[in-house]
Design a protein around this ligand. Structure first.
Ligand SMILES: Cc1cc2nc3c(=O)[nH]c(=O)nc-3n(C[C@H](O)[C@H](O)[C@H](O)COP(=O)(O)OP(=O)(O)OC[C@H]3O[C@@H](n4cnc5c(N)ncnc54)[C@H](O)[C@@H]3O)c2cc1C
Length: 452
């Protein structure tokens, strides 16, 4: 972005009053600073991603060297001694919970009220630096000696630019298939946490953007004039709709509301998100920041498209995916998935299950418990096949154990209870597999699910 964007910012945001040559030069400088802000944010993310990637590659290389060195060493004790500094940083920073013994667990105010997961110490450090940097970029190089009107316009533009820039990681981190998950080896849970904190930051910046405009306008004119502008001026009207929608998203997304009505939350979040995007897109008409928003939308659309492709690939072949659900003692069912096109998974991974007869288009995550290879015992004409025939077509089934809760899982449990044969058979769609394979270090979330 260069002269084009600078001109665009000036055209879009500085044409309401006649400017003196001095004021014009202040606006021009501020526009270039906004370009710098965008560049600094892009460089920041490039540094973060580059650092984590380098770290990850070094670890992979180190593991490989250790593996090779240990292969030809009969005692295999070459690397037994750990680096105490690295172990200390890992223990007290990377893996440490924010509070003692509260390791990424839902933070509960009481047995009934949980207020979400707290960031780990490393995540908190990152968020503190990121928020501080955003605050600094909002206020740095503001012309404090300039008239209120000029200062307000520049602060308004700066906060607006930052809100749009932050939408790029915000949208990217929302997806289950964000490519940074496998590239950097950071879990979706972490990106989800960052998505929530970036969302709060975008709302704060958009709110600051709107408030600075409103307060300045009220001081110059009146509340009536401000209200009139919202109706007659499409840039102002769409900006206000965008900001109000973002505030609604903030109100509807705290953990306590999200978990109490998860599906409702998801649908409302989706509708409000689309409204905010459309309003912001219109608000940014003729501004270069519209292409940044376009990039964010593109990332989000690509992730959705990939999910669609994955669903089609997994579930639509010569047959479609079917499930057999049978009741288990207690409030649980076992789901056997007969997947149209089998794939492999590793222990600790999970899938998203769609059962249109029960949950329409909604999907729910469940851990894969085990899989079995089954030989077809009959050929296409219905004649029995020798089950020991190595060339006999193979079918893979995968199984889930699902605990009855109060929504989709309860409906599934009820259907199974009322099935005459004791087994409920229906069509389903499976999306996945997702998640890091289970290791000793990351199995805590699986244990938590069953404990909760
Ligand atoms: C990675 C992962 C693996 C899981 N594996 C299993 C498993 O193997 N077996 C099992 O019984 N449960 C598992 N769960 C939990 C399971 O997804 C929820 O119990 C199920 O989605 C609840 O659906 P419901 O409509 O009956 O929920 P509700 O009774 O409406 O809500 C119960 C809880 O489930 C959460 N929840 C509801 N819908 C979703 C959703 N679409 N995505 C995420 N959370 C949701 C709610 O926030 C709430 O905390 C897993 C969850 C995750 C995140």
């Amino acid at each position: 972005m260069s002269h084009h964007s600078v001109r665009a910012i000036e055209a879009g945001h500085s044409n309401s009053t006649m400017s003196s040559p001095n004021t014009t030069s202040i606006y021009t400088a501020a526009s270039y600073q906004n370009v710098d802000v965008e560049r600094i944010m892009a460089q920041l993310w490039a540094i973060i991603i580059g650092t984590v990637l380098t770290w990850r590659l070094l670890i992979v290389l180190f593991r490989y060297i250790r593996h090779i060195a240990c292969l030809g060493h009969d005692k295999q004790r070459l690397f037994m001694k750990t680096n105490s500094y690295y172990a200390y940083v890992k223990r007290h920073m990377v893996l440490a919970p924010f509070f003692h013994e509260r390791h990424h667990r839902e933070f509960r105010l009481s047995a009934a009220i949980n207020v979400g997961t707290l960031p780990s110490r490393l995540q908190l450090f990152f968020l503190t630096v990121y928020y501080s940097m955003n605050v600094t970029l909002c206020v740095i190089h503001l012309p404090h000696d300039a008239e209120r009107d000029v200062l307000a316009k520049i602060l308004r533009n700066r906060t607006g630019v930052l809100a749009v820039v932050n939408m790029i990681p915000l949208f990217l981190f929302a997806g289950r298939n964000n490519p940074l998950i496998w590239l950097l080896g950071i879990s979706y849970d972490t990106y989800n946490l960052l998505h929530r904190w970036l969302g709060r930051l975008v709302v704060l910046e958009a709110l600051a953007h709107t408030l600075v405009w409103t307060v300045n306008k009220v001081q110059d004119t009146s509340w009536n004039a401000v209200a009139k502008q919202m109706v007659v001026n499409p840039t102002i009207g769409t900006g206000v709709v965008g900001s109000l929608t973002l505030i609604l998203i903030l109100i509807q997304s705290p953990s306590i509301i999200r978990h109490a009505f998860y599906e409702t939350f998801l649908h409302v979040h989706f509708v409000l998100g689309i409204t905010a995007i459309v309003a912001t897109w219109m608000h940014l008409q003729n501004l270069s920041q519209q292409s940044l928003l376009g990039g964010a939308i593109g990332l989000w659309a690509m992730e959705r498209f990939y999910r669609l492709v994955m669903i089609i690939r997994n579930n639509l072949g010569r047959n479609s995916t079917q499930i057999e659900v049978s009741a288990l003692p207690g409030d649980a069912v076992m789901v056997k998935l007969h997947i149209a096109r089998p794939w492999t998974f590793k222990p600790g991974q999970h899938i998203y299950l769609y059962i249109p007869n029960i949950g329409w288009w909604t999907s729910h995550p469940f851990s894969l418990a085990w899989s079995e290879d089954e030989h077809d015992t009959h050929n296409e004409k219905g004649l029995p096949l020798d089950t020991f025939d190595a060339l006999a077509p193979r079918k893979t089934t995968m199984s889930l154990i699902i605990r009855r809760r109060t929504g989709f899982t309860e409906d599934l449990w009820n259907k199974t209870q009322s099935a005459p044969s004791g087994t409920y058979v229906t069509n389903a769609l499976v999306e996945g597999p997702y998640g890091e394979p289970l290791t000793l270090l990351n199995n805590s979330h699986v244990l938590l699910i069953y404990k909760s």
